[in-house]
Design a protein around this ligand. Structure first.
Ligand code: ZN
Ligand code: ZN
Length: 306
């Protein structure tokens, strides 16, 4: 019987649920005052995971033929199956994941999907379940096309994408401290806690999927500081446990902003500028400033930090 790679995450569900059970038990025993789990938050996360699984399954139907076409017509290499080709596929996909993840934090169109993963103010294993069914619409699948061009068939692409995602489940926890030399090689719970924090010194750092070497190479690595406790969530808090609101709120906000601002430059910024643009625009609306209501006035705002 052949294992269907598309079902990897569902097949691992018992392991994921076991980890959640262990973490909830462990934290209650060691830090009874810490409220790491909330059943509404966990239910919302689980609903988001199931919605994401459904959308992903559907998306592969459309995306796999695109990979197959690129592979059949434009592949650069032919790989003999073995550890060497697996290592190249793994490293290439992990690097592309880093690029995708970094873009997802710097381009609002992609952030509109990725924000779902960050909008909880809690951090536990179930936070890994928070995924968006809108990833296929945002264009996440485009980032894996280079793998087909490198000569990897669609089934291997789907498999490695899901292996990467499955690994990332295990970095969503506060129950595990720093892991010694592994902190130099792998994405770890400590490294990923920083990624989920909105503290000024932590925000937009540590984009690693499996290997943290990309963050260290490209200057986006920050270590967890024992004196700076991570504060989880997003700059403009969501305050809902409704999975549909969590999925679509940023898309709705983006559409409102596009309709509201004047001038093509502002509209393009509303769609593709870093998310900080939107936070600053919303702040300006709250205080009645009009800098964004006319074309050509956004450059200075665009570069400002939130
Ligand atoms: Zn992220
Ligand atoms: Zn995460």
């Amino acid at each position: 019987m052949q294992f269907d790679a598309e079902l990897l995450l569902l097949a691992m569900a018992p392991v994921f649920l076991g980890c959640i059970g262990w973490e909830a038990w462990h934290v209650r025993r060691t830090h009874p005052e810490a409220r790491i789990y909330n059943w509404r938050d966990t239910l919302c996360n689980t609903a988001l995971a199931l919605m994401h699984q459904g959308a992903d399954k559907l998306a592969w139907l459309f995306v796999i033929p695109v990979y197959a076409w690129c592979y059949a017509n434009y592949r650069l290499f032919d790989w003999r199956a073995g550890w060497w080709s697996f290592a190249v596929l793994f490293a290439a996909q992990d690097l592309l994941y880093y690029v995708f993840h970094r873009c997802s934090h710097r381009v609002r169109w992609l952030w509109a999907a990725h924000v779902v993963h960050h909008s909880s103010e809690r951090m536990n294993f179930s936070t890994a379940f928070r995924q968006s069914l809108m990833y296929p619409v945002a264009g996440m699948w485009l980032f894996w096309i280079p793998l087909a061009l490198l000569g990897f068939p669609p089934k291997q692409i789907v498999g490695i994408v899901l292996i990467n995602l499955a690994f990332q489940f295990f970095v969503h926890t506060q129950a595990i401290g720093k892991l010694g030399w592994l902190e130099y090689v792998l994405n770890t719970p400590s490294i990923h806690r920083v990624h989920h924090a909105r503290n000024a010194c932590y925000i937009d750092r540590n984009y690693a999927g499996v290997l943290v070497i990309w963050d260290r190479l490209f200057g986006s690595y920050v270590g967890e500081d024992a004196n700076e406790v991570p504060v989880y969530g997003i700059v403009e808090p969501l305050h809902t446990y409704n999975p549909l609101k969590a999925t679509f709120h940023e898309w709705a906000s983006m559409a409102c902003d596009v309709a509201r601002v004047r001038g093509w430059r502002n509209r393009l910024n509303a769609l593709f500028a870093p998310p900080a643009w939107a936070a600053q625009y919303h702040a300006s609306v709250r205080v009645g400033q009009s800098a964004f209501d006319t074309a050509g006035h956004t450059q200075r705002n665009n570069n400002a930090a939130v």
